[in-house]
Design a protein around this ligand. Structure first.
Ligand SMILES: [Zn+2]
Ligand SMILES: [Zn+2]
Length: 265
């Protein structure tokens, strides 16, 4: 399996996952045009994308989904029925072509040739948020952002993976002392908000293993975090702590504008 985090952050999230049989997008939270140009940057033609998995209805994850489905009839989209119901009711991403809308509920695993996808519920203030574990050719990669905390139930699903994309959203001090209103700070800090650098590092500490080779730090806040602080927290908790990680584990920063390399998992 090969992965590139095309864009990550509150301005929009989308990633490419490639197996021998599929090229899929995880979330589509930028305009269709922008997603097309991000894919082109890593040499992938948008016409080759055959599936999109959606985590939740927030615009930074769903913005381009309607456009892409209407423009590219070969794309099948997957999320749970609660999220589809909400998107249909609000029409926030326009009319969705019924024949391209598919359901994967939290707790379900679906197989698509050489790819297994497992959905699990998260804790976030959206209609019915969920994230995914992608498994292909014996390798597992977990995607988890936009969650207020990581429950034991989630940890049991995501434990012992080869790669993690994890939300390192905010530095606690920067958020508390930063420009956001108290109500917004309260939302982010709550159990249905986002993970701080320390919360993310500590959750990872419980699930990583000596199989884990790649950790992508994702969904970094522009106002309440820096790449340096997120990296330092991850490094301090995971590498200098007592995590049983391989010594050459790669901690990879993601960006809101620049795709990462296409990385073999
Ligand atoms: Zn988000
Ligand atoms: Zn969200």
């Amino acid at each position: 399996m090969r992965v590139s985090i095309l864009a990550s952050g509150s301005t929009g999230n989308t990633s490419l996952i490639e197996t021998s049989q599929h090229k899929i997008l995880m979330d589509a939270g930028l305009s269709g045009k922008k997603i097309q140009s991000l894919l082109a940057k890593i040499g992938v033609d948008i016409n080759d994308i055959d599936m999109i998995f959606l985590s939740h209805d927030h615009s930074d994850h769903s913005k381009g989904l309607g456009v892409l489905l209407r423009r590219y009839p070969q794309m099948d989209a997957f999320t749970n029925s609660g999220t589809w119901k909400y998107l249909n009711k609000t029409q926030k991403i326009g009319k969705l072509p019924v024949e391209q809308v598919n359901i994967i509920e939290p707790g379900q695993t679906k197989t698509f040739g050489d790819l297994d996808v497992t959905a699990f519920a998260t804790s976030h203030d959206a209609a019915e948020p969920q994230y995914y574990v992608f498994t292909s050719d014996g390798k597992r990669m977990v995607f988890l952002t936009d969650t207020g905390y990581v429950s034991q139930r989630v940890k049991s699903v995501i434990t012992d993976a080869d790669a993690y994309l994890m939300e390192f959203n905010y530095d606690d001090m920067m958020l508390r002392n930063g420009p956001y209103s108290w109500s917004l700070k309260h939302r982010i800090l709550s159990d249905v908000g986002h993970l701080s650098n320390v919360e993310a590092g500590e959750a990872l500490l419980d699930v990583v293993s000596n199989k884990t080779e790649h950790i992508f730090l994702a969904h970094r806040s522009q106002h309440n975090n820096t790449a340096k602080l997120a990296y330092q927290a991850a490094k301090q908790i995971l590498v200098n702590g007592d995590a049983c990680l391989p010594s050459d584990v790669k901690i990879i920063m993601t960006d809101s504008e620049e795709p990462t390399d296409l990385i073999q998992i």
